[in-house]
Ligand binder design. Structure first.
Ligand code: MN
Ligand code: MN
Length: 287
């Protein structure tokens, strides 16, 4: 555990989130916003822990823009901006939901942000994971929405974005406890729908699944991103990057993450912070 690096990654993640929030305006392109936010993280002295996710409306997570996707923010869109920074592998992971130009979904956004606050209120060393889920579920359902049952918060470790534990957004009975020294993210998702996401098409986010016998293209990726997710966008300097990624996916060298979507028209909001548990209590690194 390197608390100092977790705190620095958290601070940069928070600043990048606040910066990115302001860039999400009607007519702006997803591609520009993602690139700008990632450049902000690099200029601040960290690296993106994963590609900037900009997931609209019923898409809960895992869309990262790609050159030529023609994606622009439209009035009324509900955008989940989810990003991470890392210092030497020590990760922050944070998200906010932005509504573009309208105020139709404020209550839904508030359900997810208040759910996170209610989880923060009860965090303490030794807390059982199910207690966190119960607090989140209660805060969301009392407001007339549903949590997403098959998306969770997660443990964090060096160069490991999803380490060991899952922290569901409902009481699933998990009695595992959060102990001092653990780093983790909590991310309540609130929806107007049934509360289940399913896989859609590929979202342009990849992770290496094979580390031996890599060719030039993929060993460059390993050198740069290690065991963390990366974007198709980050490979643009290779003329044939799309073919290479497609081929790598087919051969099982990389995994291509699918977008996670609620059923059509069910809107989704998300709020996320990263935490480090200490003997004295939980530190929110991204607040
Ligand atoms: Mn996240
Ligand atoms: Mn997360």
């Amino acid at each position: 555990m390197d608390l100092k690096k977790y705190l620095e990654a958290g601070k940069i993640g928070k600043e990048a989130r606040e910066y990115g929030k302001e860039l999400i305006k009607e007519g702006a392109s997803y591609y520009d916003v993602a690139n700008k936010v990632e450049k902000y993280i690099l200029d601040a002295g960290a690296k993106p822990a994963f590609p900037v996710n900009l997931s609209p409306n019923n898409i809960a997570a895992h869309y990262s823009p790609i050159k030529g996707d023609g994606m622009y923010f439209r009035r009324g869109d509900l955008i989940k901006l989810d990003l991470g920074a890392h210092i030497d592998g020590y990760i922050s992971d944070t998200a906010v939901t932005v509504e573009v130009g309208t105020r139709n979904w404020e209550e839904l956004i508030e359900a997810s942000s208040e759910a996170l606050k209610s989880a923060i209120k009860i965090l303490r060393p030794g807390i059982e994971i199910r207690e966190i889920g119960a607090a989140i579920e209660e805060e969301i359902t009392i407001r007339g929405f549903r949590p997403i049952y098959n998306l969770t918060g997660h443990g964090l470790a060096r160069y490991d974005l999803h380490h060991e534990i899952s922290i569901p957004n409902y009481d699933d009975g998990t009695r595992t406890v959060l102990r001092p020294g653990m780093a983790f993210a909590i991310e309540p998702f609130a929806t107007t729908g049934r509360g289940k996401v399913r896989n859609g098409k590929g979202g342009n986010i990849y992770i290496l699944t094979e580390y031996r016998h890599l060719d030039g293209f993929f060993s460059e990726i390993f050198e740069k991103y290690r065991t963390l997710p990366f974007a198709a966008r980050w490979c643009e300097h290779h003329e044939d990057y799309l073919e290479r990624l497609k081929e790598g996916t087919k051969k099982g060298v990389v995994h291509h993450f699918a977008i996670l979507q609620e059923r059509k028209k069910a809107m989704v909001a998300q709020t996320e912070h990263t935490f480090v548990m200490t003997d004295e209590g939980a530190i929110v690194t991204t607040q």
